[in-house]
Design a protein around this ligand. Structure first.
Ligand code: ZN
Length: 426
């Protein structure tokens, strides 16, 4: 692969809030070798491919911190119902769409039918297009937890384990499958009849078993914890990434702050907002959802994220895209929520999506910023997301996505596996 020089770029390295007016990025063997002001760049004379960005915005690839590539853009209560062969085709498509939307890394928060691991391997082998994927498998939960019912169905969709030894066995089975991530449910969901937020669905000793066994096996643990009690349980027993954390009290915030060097929180607010705004079309009208507590959940989340930011706890972008109300490829909508709901500046939202998401996705610190020695994962945008992050939602403005030094163009314009209209019968 020939080294590549991208110059004449409006460059956001993701290290801090700085945007460089005239920047250069030098990419060699899949790694960034230089990213900074063009005036400071000295070329060593190597034969390079030159790309003139013509003033376009170049930024690190984003991380979707809570992905479900098994979701098939279906009704929330009818997810993951497709048979396995179709589910895998959907997942391959969803991975391509996610990469094409500017997300070069993704952390799985559960994958029905165990699609993630073979998908991750196929992506790594270059057989299909997709982000770097931290792969999980089916959700792990107790009898009567949100995992036990959300998707209905049999054990191809979920793992129900009760008691520390059953849980250790389940986690060991995930290690045997070569998962990177274990997803556990610590509390529930307002739509769930028997496991609402705040009811702890695992005991302390069960959470301890799940996390310690996962860590022994080199896997990380992500959880669904909406209530302060479930967040505290997660922090206490070493969960790595906490999903939701909607309802926090002083103690929960203090515990997260004390562990902020290692822990990440992803609110995943697209779910509540979309349910309230679009649920009526699905037979889930707004007033009924408000009665269930979803508006309160949004209000509490806004207050919680504010406190997390004041405590410098890293807050991640993404979560629960892949429903009919939040289709795959609309993931960058999250940055708009970060600005409009959580009061961040556009650049702060970008840092959550790049630097902080990257730190969560890759524990060796190889992604999320453009710096010498990091993987060359970047996005070229025709527009300026440091002024308005909404431009990232326009697929026509994502003119190039580079992963490991390989440029992918037109991922969203056409599906490479489908003959396009104007190429048939010519
Ligand atoms: Zn989820």
């Amino acid at each position: 692969m020939k080294p590549m020089l991208i110059h004449n770029a409006r460059l956001f390295c993701g290290v801090d809030e700085e945007v460089i007016d005239d920047g250069t990025i030098w990419v060699m063997n899949g790694f960034v070798r230089y990213a900074g002001p063009s005036v400071d760049f000295r070329h060593d004379g190597t034969d390079v491919e030159v790309y003139d960005a013509e003033g376009k915005f170049v930024m690190p690839g984003m991380t979707e911190s809570h992905v479900h590539l098994s979701y098939n853009n279906a009704h929330p209560q009818q997810l993951n119902n497709q048979p396995l062969p179709l589910a895998m085709l959907d997942a391959v498509e969803n991975a391509r769409v996610l990469l094409g939307s500017g997300f070069t890394s993704a952390i799985s928060f559960g994958s029905a039918q165990g699609l993630d691991v073979p998908l991750r391997d196929a992506i790594n082998e270059g057989r299909v297009c997709g982000p770097r994927l931290a792969a999980s498998d089916r959700d792990l939960g107790s009898t009567g937890s949100n995992a036990d019912g959300t998707f209905g169905g049999d054990e191809s969709k979920k793992i129900i384990a009760d008691g520390p030894w059953a849980i250790r066995k389940a986690v060991r089975s995930l290690a045997k499958k070569r998962c990177d991530i274990v997803k556990i449910f610590l509390d529930g969901e307002a739509l769930n009849e028997y496991a609402p937020p705040g009811v702890l669905t695992y005991s302390d000793e069960e959470v301890d078993a799940a996390v310690s066994e996962a860590h022994i096996r080199g896997m990380r643990v992500v959880c669904h914890s909406r209530s302060a009690a479930a967040v505290k349980q997660a922090v206490r027993f070493g969960v790595d990434i906490i999903g939701h954390a909607n309802y926090l009290d002083e103690e929960a915030v203090a515990m997260l702050e004390a562990e902020r060097h290692r822990i990440f929180v992803g609110p995943g607010i697209a779910w509540e907002i979309s349910l309230l705004d679009k649920g009526a079309q699905l037979g889930l009208p707004r007033d009924a959802m408000e009665q269930r507590g979803y508006q309160r959940e949004v209000d509490e989340t806004i207050a919680s994220v504010k406190r997390l930011r004041e405590s410098n706890v890293r807050v991640l972008v993404g979560g629960d895209y892949g429903l009919n109300i939040t289709p795959h490829g609309t993931n960058a909508k999250d940055l708009e929520y970060f600005v409009d709901l959580f009061g961040m500046s556009n650049v702060e939202a970008l840092l959550c999506a790049t630097r902080d998401g990257g730190a969560a996705a890759n524990t060796e610190g190889m992604v999320g910023t453009l710096e010498d020695g990091k993987y060359a994962d970047l996005v070229i945008v025709d527009g300026d997301p440091s002024v308005d992050v909404r431009v990232l939602q326009d697929h026509d403005r994502i003119v190039g996505v580079m992963k490991a030094g390989i440029m992918h163009c037109g991922l969203m314009q056409s599906n490479p596996y489908v003959a396009q209209e104007n190429t048939i019968n010519k």
